[in-house]
Write a protein that binds this ligand. Structure first.
Ligand code: UGA
Length: 434
């Protein structure tokens, strides 16, 4: 099939590359000429494992091209995916201006029947908005169907997630277009569900909000564990074995970040209020997540007396491992807070340092975890990169001048850390914290 993907951000680029890999002819289009130029030179605009390989091989096979001429991409395709950014507006609502602009381009360049597929995360009702924009601008005799097909991939595992999703949701306005999308996805051999457009739009937000709720819930339990001297890691083992609950997304830590959970919980709360059905639980989920990173700063203050004049090694800057994405990263919130208390930072992240230098130019960036730990009062692990799990505590201790390890992702066995002569501070590990 001939496919256009508008928007070469995370979702758009991965979607385009994967559809090309499945044998389709794909044009990834974006008005950002600099990004398109990079991609034509096979340079990836962000780090994602496996992305460069899949892009390179499909470009070589002539199935994948990049263009800054969105109008032309629309004219040459039967299916047009919209995968543009949907950032948060001022009061939590979703800014749909890029979606509206994409709909306008599609409308002005329709030359034949088109299936327009919304892949961006958009509030319920956006399918209708896109259809209305196209209908009022397009030549009258040409038909258009607008489908909602939310994406569930995660950063760091995006290619694998897109090639092997646990479900494919197709929110279709009629059977004919549903069948076409089923045909497109049939090679993946994964469960597909056909819903109304509005249900599909809600499925995306309900999924992300539920996962964010799971995280804030376990972080609340972790905070209680600290108060009563229990260990949240033991609690999660006991709770997660209940098959109705499951152990995933129950990792306590310094809170969730990224480009999705913070924005999508705010947006769902906003939409629910708009329709007079406020999902009140989300207010607590969001507020708890705002406070969670700062609890680690308070712990450091309690352990060291004052933060003024102290130096910390921060290991991990990205919002999660496997990515260089810093959007809403808890590590950034923690660093800013430490700096505001008069502390100095020596940071290391295997992938995200170049991007971080633009946000935080004044901190010291180091070559590895041991260099970062040199002469510091405390080490804070804020992203659970695998290499941090294998840290050599004897070497770490030798490098440090103090002895505090703040494990913001609970990746260490407190006994092992303490046996190395270091003090251990985790999340929700009450018995081990002080
Ligand atoms: C999330 C969803 O997991 C995807 O299904 C969805 O498609 C995507 O948003 C999206 O809407 O585009 P992503 O933001 O890439 O994916 O990352 P996650 O793995 O979900 O992690 C989000 C945050 O939650 C990270 O900061 C992570 O550290 C934190 N987290 C995750 C926890 O604190 N505890 C956990 O148990 C799991």
């Amino acid at each position: 099939m001939n496919i256009a993907v508008i928007g070469v951000g995370y979702v758009g680029l991965v979607t385009g590359a994967v559809f090309a890999d499945l044998g389709n002819i794909v044009i990834c289009a974006d008005s950002d000429t600099a990004k398109i130029e990079m991609l034509r030179n096979l340079e990836m605009p962000f780090y994602e494992p496996g992305l460069e390989d899949i892009v390179t091989s499909n470009v070589a096979e002539n199935r994948l091209t990049f263009s800054d001429d969105t109008a032309d991409a629309v004219r040459r395709s039967e299916i047009v995916f919209i995968a543009v950014g949907t950032p948060a507006g001022e009061s939590g609502e979703t800014d749909l201006s890029q979606i509206e602009a994409a709909a306008e381009v599609i409308a002005r360049n329709i030359n034949d029947y088109k299936i327009v597929v919304n892949k961006s995360t958009v509030p319920v009702g956006t399918g209708d908005l896109v259809k209305n924009i196209i209908d009022r601008t397009k030549p009258r005799h040409i038909e258009v169907d607008v489908v909602s097909n939310p994406e569930f991939l995660s950063e760091g595992t995006a290619i694998q997630d897109a090639l092997s999703p646990n479900r494919i949701v197709i929110g279709a306005p009629n059977k004919r277009v549903a069948m076409k999308l089923i045909e497109l996805y049939s090679m993946l051999e994964k469960p597909m569900i056909i819903t109304s457009v509005r249900s599909a739009e809600i499925i995306k937000y309900a999924s992300n909000a539920f996962l964010a709720t799971k995280i804030s819930f376990i972080n609340s339990i972790a905070n209680l564990c600290e108060a009563v001297g229990a260990d949240v890691e033991e609690v999660v083992r006991g709770v997660g074995l209940d098959e109705r609950i499951g152990p995933r997304f129950l990792r306590a830590g310094v809170g969730y970040g990224g480009s999705c959970f913070p924005k999508d919980t705010e947006s769902l709360l906003h939409v629910s209020r708009k329709y007079g059905e406020e999902i009140a639980i989300l207010k607590d989920v969001i507020e708890l997540n705002r406070r969670q990173p700062l609890r680690l700063v308070k712990k450091a203050e309690k352990a060291l007396g004052t933060l003024d004049g102290k130096t910390f090694a921060v290991l991990g800057l990205a919002f999660k491992p496997g990515t260089d994405d810093l959007r809403d990263s808890s590590a950034i919130a923690i660093i800013r807070s430490l700096l505001s208390h008069g502390a100095s930072i020596r940071a290391y992240d295997p992938m995200a340092m170049e991007k971080c230098k633009k946000h935080l130019p004044s901190i010291t960036y180091c070559e590895n975890e041991y260099e970062a730990a040199t002469g510091v009062d405390g080490v804070m692990v804020l992203t659970e990169w695998n290499k941090f799990k294998q840290i050599n505590f004897a070497r770490l201790k030798d490098a440090m001048s103090g002895d505090c390890v703040f494990d913001g992702r609970n990746i260490y066995n407190p006994e092992v850390v303490r046996n190395s002569g270091l003090r251990y501070f985790g999340i929700g590990r009450g018995t081990d914290t002080f």
